[in-house]
Design a protein around this ligand. Structure first.
Ligand SMILES: NCCCCN(CCCN)CCCN
Length: 351
C-alpha cells in the first residue's frame, strides 16, 4: 500500500490533479487487462493527465515498461499486483441497452434512421470550441431518455451548444412543441438551418456565444434544456446555469454530460455543489451514457503531449455520465457575462 500512496502523492504534486492510492490501483488494474493507453484511461476512470503521470511514475519505479506503443507490467509489477491483490475490471453492462436504460424503438426508430442519413454531412468537430460529438445512436438515446422522463411531449425545448445535433434529433422526433438552439459555431448553425428548411423542422437556430448573457426572449421560456459543457466549473456555470435561466418554473428538467476523463471526483464534488446551489435536484446519473466519436485534432490537444506512448486513439475512449436535473422552489439560473477561460484547468486534457 505504501508504494501506491507514494506514487499518488508524487503524481498529485506533478499534475495538481487530486490523486489517491485508489487512483494508482485503478491504473494498475487497467494495465492488467489492456496495453492501450486510451483504454487504460477509459477503464481507470481517472483524469487523463493523472493517468499519464501515474504511468510515467510506475515506469520510473520499474513496475511497467513502454514497449513500442504498449504499456506492460514488469516482473516486479506482477509481484506487486499479487502482493496487493489487485484485480482487473469485469463489466456487467447490459448488452441490450448498452447500460443506458433506454432503447430506440417505434416512431423514434424511424426518426433515428433519417438522422443517421442527415448527420453524414455534419461539420467535423473543431479544437477551437472543444467540440467532440457523441455517436448518432447516443444523440437519440438522449431523446429516448428525456421522453421516458416526460420532458419532451408538447414542451418548449432549448439546446445550448449543439455539436451533437440534439436540435435536429429532437425536431425529427416530432415530440417537442418548439425547439430552439444557441450555438457559437456558425458552421453548425448554418447546417442545422439547412436541415430544418429541407425537412420542414421549424428549428429556431441562432448564433450565440454562451459566455454572453442569453437573448431576452429565451429567459424563463422553456420547459427542458440540453447542453454538454466543456469540463471546467466555470463552463458548468455558463452552460448549465444559463440552461436553468431559460426554464419557466419549478419542476422543469435539464440534461448534460460530466466526464471522468477531464474531471476528478474532487472537481465533481465542486460541480455537484454548484448544481445544488442553483436549486437543482440531481434525479439521474447514468455512467458512460455518452460516448464521443474520436475527433481528428487529437494531436493538438494537451493530452497528447502528456501521453507516455504515442498511439492514435482507435476505439471510443472519451465518455461522460449523463445528468438529469430538475428545478425545485428557490431555484435560480445564472445569466451574467462570463469572463476568463471556460475551456482549461489542471485536469482538462482535450482542449
Ligand atoms: N474536446 C473533445 C471532447 C469534448 C467533450 N466535451 C464537449 C462535448 C460536446 N458534445 C465535454 C463532454 C462532457 N461535458
Amino acid at each position: 500500500m505504501e508504494i501506491l500512496k507514494q506514487i499518488a502523492q508524487e503524481a498529485e504534486k506533478n499534475t495538481q490533479v487530486p490523486a489517491y492510492p485508489r487512483s494508482v490501483e485503478k491504473v494498475i488494474a487497467a494495465v492488467i487487462s489492456t496495453p492501450n493507453f486510451w483504454k487504460v484511461v477509459d477503464l481507470s476512470d481517472e483524469p487523463l493527465p493523472l493517468v499519464a503521470e501515474i504511468l510515467k511514475l510506475l515506469n520510473k519505479h520499474g513496475l511497467v515498461v513502454f514497449e513500442g506503443n504498449q504499456i506492460l507490467l514488469t516482473e516486479a509489477g506482477n509481484e506487486l499486483v499479487k502482493k496487493l491483490g489487485i484485480e482487473t475490471f469485469v463489466s456487467h453492462r447490459c448488452s441490450c441497452c448498452n447500460g443506458r436504460g433506454v432503447v430506440i424503438e417505434g416512431s423514434l426508430k424511424e426518426a433515428f434512421e433519417k438522422f443517421l442519413k442527415i448527420q453524414e454531412k455534419r461539420p467535423p468537430a473543431i479544437h477551437q470550441y472543444d467540440q467532440g460529438f457523441v455517436t448518432p445512436e447516443n444523440t437519440f438515446a438522449r431523446v429516448a431518455l428525456a421522453d421516458d422522463r416526460g420532458d419532451l411531449r408538447g414542451k418548449n425545448v432549448i439546446v445550448l451548444g449543439d455539436d451533437d445535433l440534439m436540435s435536429i434529433a429532437l425536431a425529427l422526433s416530432g415530440l417537442p412543441k418548439k425547439v430552439t438552439i444557441l450555438e457559437i459555431d456558425e458552421r453548425l448553425v448554418n447546417f442545422i438551418k439547412e436541415v430544418s428548411n429541407e425537412y420542414n423542422l421549424n428549428i429556431d437556430a441562432r448564433v450565440h456565444d454562451l459566455r454572453q448573457p442569453l437573448p431576452e426572449d429565451v429567459v424563463g421560456a422553456y420547459d427542458t434544456f440540453f447542453t454538454d459543457p466543456p469540463e471546467t466549473v466555470e463552463a458548468i456555470k455558463a452552460f448549465v446555469g444559463r440552461g436553468v435561466a431559460t426554464l419557466k418554473s419549478e419542476r422543469c428538467a435539464g440534461y448534460f454530460g460530466v466526464t471522468r476523463r477531464e474531471s476528478s471526483l474532487d472537481k465533481w464534488r465542486r460541480i455537484q455543489k454548484v448544481l445544488l446551489e442553483m436549486g437543482l435536484v440531481i434525479t439521474d446519473l447514468l455512467h458512460n451514457f455518452n460516448e464521443y466519436v474520436n475527433w481528428d485534432y487529437y494531436e493538438d490537444m494537451r493530452g497528447w503531449q502528456l501521453t507516455p506512448v504515442k498511439e492514435p486513439p482507435k476505439d471510443i475512449w472519451y465518455k461522460s455520465t449523463q445528468f438529469r436535473v430538475e428545478t425545485v422552489r428557490g431555484f435560480k439560473g445564472f445569466n451574467d457575462p462570463i469572463v476568463g477561460d471556460i475551456y482549461n484547468d489542471a485536469e482538462s486534457s482535450t482542449t
